[in-house]
Design a protein around this ligand. Structure first.
Ligand SMILES: Cc1cc2nc3c(=O)[nH]c(=O)nc-3n(C[C@H](O)[C@H](O)[C@H](O)COP(=O)(O)OP(=O)(O)OC[C@H]3O[C@@H](n4cnc5c(N)ncnc54)[C@H](O)[C@@H]3O)c2cc1C
Length: 247
């Protein structure tokens, strides 16, 4: 059993990290508990190489650099982080809480939930030979983000997949992600553009793929409400203005 703290924070994403720092600023004791093996939440797990443009005080900052600085800011109070621990319950014991993970119990006076979109787990490669690598630092997610085209291109050459542009960034994704976008990953136009939508080798083929994507977006858009066919029923009620008026 661990020592009791003032606050136990579920989640070591940016919210949890800043909460940990602020707890220290206010003279409280705190700890972070997170399912993932590293701090940073979505920023570390999903898009470490992507620039973020909407953090106050930073015209642009790489996600991994923001996490590094948040962790450094929080570290000045020397609060421990318990990583690789999935919270499964909360109990009450002797007038305080006990946060329960699959392997541990953390007594605490209060709990702060900074769990973001919830616990997420890496998407794994289907190949059997990849199995033995999991749990040793190798995690595979659907999309890999890149701030620079050259890095994305190198990754495409090394690992295969589909390279797509997104605003100022690039991402590499699997056939499954392409299907999710409403496109056919086996369409021969992918080969014509060399699987690179950022600098397509064949602009006509790329335009055809983009048109398919636009069709998919239109198909999935919710229908616009027709003002003449209101989806609800209503009654017209006449309100008598003075006694004796017929309603
Ligand atoms: C591809 C992508 C790009 C994005 N780009 C931007 C951007 O440019 N600008 C922007 O403002 N936002 C962006 N976002 C959104 C941003 O990442 C989130 O808003 C942010 O991560 C939320 O931070 P958080 O700390 O609240 O939660 P999270 O980052 O989700 O962290 C929550 C943590 O809680 C942990 N957790 C959850 N449940 C449990 C449990 N039961 N036990 C233990 N641990 C648990 C998780 O493992 C996780 O580490 C982007 C998101 C994605 C996916």
């Amino acid at each position: 059993m661990h020592e009791i703290t003032d606050i136990t924070i579920i989640g070591g994403g940016p919210t949890g990290l800043f909460a940990s720092f602020y707890a220290g600023m206010r003279g409280a004791t705190a700890r972070i508990v997170d399912t993932l093996p590293q701090l940073g939440g979505q920023l570390t797990a999903l898009y470490p190489e992507k620039y973020i443009f909407d953090v106050a005080g930073f015209p642009k900052v790489l996600a991994k650099d923001l996490v590094r600085d948040l962790a450094e800011q929080a570290a000045q109070f020397n609060f421990p982080s318990f990583l690789g621990q999935h919270v499964i319950g909360l109990e009450e014991e002797d007038g305080h809480f006990v946060l329960v993970t699959e392997t541990d119990r953390f007594p605490t006076r209060s709990v702060l939930i900074a769990a973001g979109i919830g616990a997420f787990s890496p998407r794994r490669l289907p190949q059997k030979c990849a199995e033995e690598w999991y749990g040793r630092g190798m995690d595979v997610f659907l999309n890999r983000w890149f701030a620079r085209y050259d890095e994305a291109r190198d990754a495409l050459t090394a690992d295969g997949g589909y390279l797509l542009p997104f605003r100022h960034h690039f991402f590499l994704c699997t056939a499954e992600a392409i299907r999710t976008l409403g496109l056919d990953p086996d369409d021969p136009d992918w080969l014509r553009i060399r699987f690179d939508g950022a600098r397509p080798a064949d602009s006509d083929a790329w335009q055809r793929l983009r048109n398919q994507r636009l069709t998919a977006i239109r198909r999935s858009a919710p229908p616009r409400p027709d003002p003449l066919r209101l989806p609800y029923q209503y009654d017209i009620v006449k309100i008598p203005l003075k006694p004796g008026d017929e309603p």
